[in-house]
Design a protein around this ligand. Structure first.
Ligand code: FES
Ligand SMILES: [Fe+2]
Length: 391
């Protein structure tokens, strides 16, 4: 569906900051090459603690990070073959099924008790570890986002990890919001943004903007031949729930994978790709150094400025959760509607007694939020902003 691109003031209420995630998608939790055989990594996806480990054969496993015996965190244990052995009494759990597979002090002739740790689908792709924290029966219906530039030697890849003390919707709005070039003015970011086109579907919002660049950075990135020249380019920002893909035509691409930790904490795993005007023989040996340089001295500087804004936004929300704000970018409003819709869809699909929903409601109530989306949506109709959100 095409949406109007006119910038028009609309009051928004921060009820969007109480929305949970739809866990029936793949979420990234770390870089695959950092988890060696025999290592265990504790992760948190929207308040679900998960112990991720790689067995000696290189296979990945993800189990709920709580021992079915007494609840001790399984990530404190050890990897035994494809089992994980809890640190406390050494009970072992099968990495694939989560079933108790051994109790070191139980006589051989005695049957093992029925004690299962929940297991999660896990896979690695694009050097990222991906976990499906929702209903495992739905896993086949969902794909990891496609990254066609990955492994293509025509691009220089720059991975960036980020951590924010902010709700995932604050982080997502930052990624959709090309109108904040003002913040990065001193770093010679972009200027004169214009929203050209906006589309939304069931699970996607796609905004096409136009932005201008000028300065030494633009020259370094190959956007212009001279530093004092203004270059205007189209930039497409696409949010296919729950991750982003954006492209500055022919110059760079960004895949921004969101990993929501809790109502006040989020992470992201980003893959940037740049076209570099250097012959392969020259570029290949310096790829790691160049990638590291761009990450540290360019992208991290932009990121630090963004993090400060997002965390400030979160703090203001926590101080005054009912305060209303004004938004004029229809792409942000479309993103908010999609986020609410995805959560609502998840709530509808889950039975109210399911463990999944309990986890998610726990996440919401811990910040004093309404405990169900019905509450969110009924608030929604009471305020002009949320009529907008509910569309
Ligand atoms: S608490 Fe894990 S084996 Fe006892
Ligand atoms: Fe930014």
């Amino acid at each position: 569906m095409e949406l109007a691109t006119a910038l028009k003031g609309q009051t928004v209420q921060n009820v969007i900051r109480t929305v949970g995630i739809n866990p029936n998608h793949w979420y990234p939790i770390g870089w695959a090459d950092r988890l060696k055989p025999g290592q265990i990594m504790p992760v948190m996806i929207w308040q679900q603690a998960i112990a991720v480990y790689r067995d000696q054969e290189g296979q990945l496993h993800a189990l709920e990070d709580a021992c079915p015996h007494r609840g001790v965190a399984l990530h404190k244990g050890k990897v035994h073959g494809k089992h994980i052995a809890c640190a406390y009494h050494g009970w072992e759990f099968d990495g694939d099924t989560g079933a108790c597979a051994k109790i070191p002090y139980l006589p051989d002739e005695q049957k093992l008790p029925c004690a299962n740790a929940r297991s999660y689908p896990i896979q690695e792709k694009y050097n990222l570890l991906w976990v499906f924290p929702g209903d495992a029966a739905q896993v086949e219906a969902h794909d990891i986002p496609s990254v066609p530039e990955y492994g293509d030697m025509g691009w220089l890849m720059v991975p960036v990890t980020a951590h924010f003390k902010a709700h995932f919707t604050i982080c997502n709005e930052n990624a959709m919001d090309v109108f904040h070039g003002f913040l990065h003015e001193e770093l010679q970011g972009w200027f004169d943004p214009v929203l050209l086109d906006l589309k939304q579907t069931e699970d996607l919002v796609r905004a096409e903007y136009q932005v201008s660049y000028k300065g030494r950075l633009a020259k370094f990135l190959g956007l212009s031949d001279r530093a004092d020249e203004v270059t205007t380019l189209p930039i497409a920002v696409q949010y296919r729930y729950p991750h982003f893909a954006s492209a500055l035509k022919g110059v760079s691409s960004l895949y921004l994978m969101r990993s929501p930790v809790s109502p006040t904490e989020s992470r992201s795993f980003a893959l940037f790709f740049f076209r570099v005007k250097l012959p392969q023989w020259l570029l290949n040996p310096i790829r790691p150094v160049l990638s590291d340089f761009i990450q540290r001295f360019l992208l991290q500087r932009f990121l630090r400025q963004d993090v400060e804004m997002m965390e400030s936004e979160q703090q203001a929300y926590l101080r005054h959760p009912s305060r209303r704000y004004v938004e004029i970018n229809p792409a942000i409003l479309a993103l908010q509607r999609l986020t609410v819709r995805q959560y609502e869809q998840f709530v509808q699909q889950s039975s109210h007694s399911s463990g999944q929903l309990q986890h998610h409601n726990a996440a919401r109530s811990s910040i004093g939020a309404p405990s169900t989306i019905e509450a969110v949506m009924s608030n929604a109709v009471e305020t002009p902003s949320l009529e907008g959100l509910g569309q």
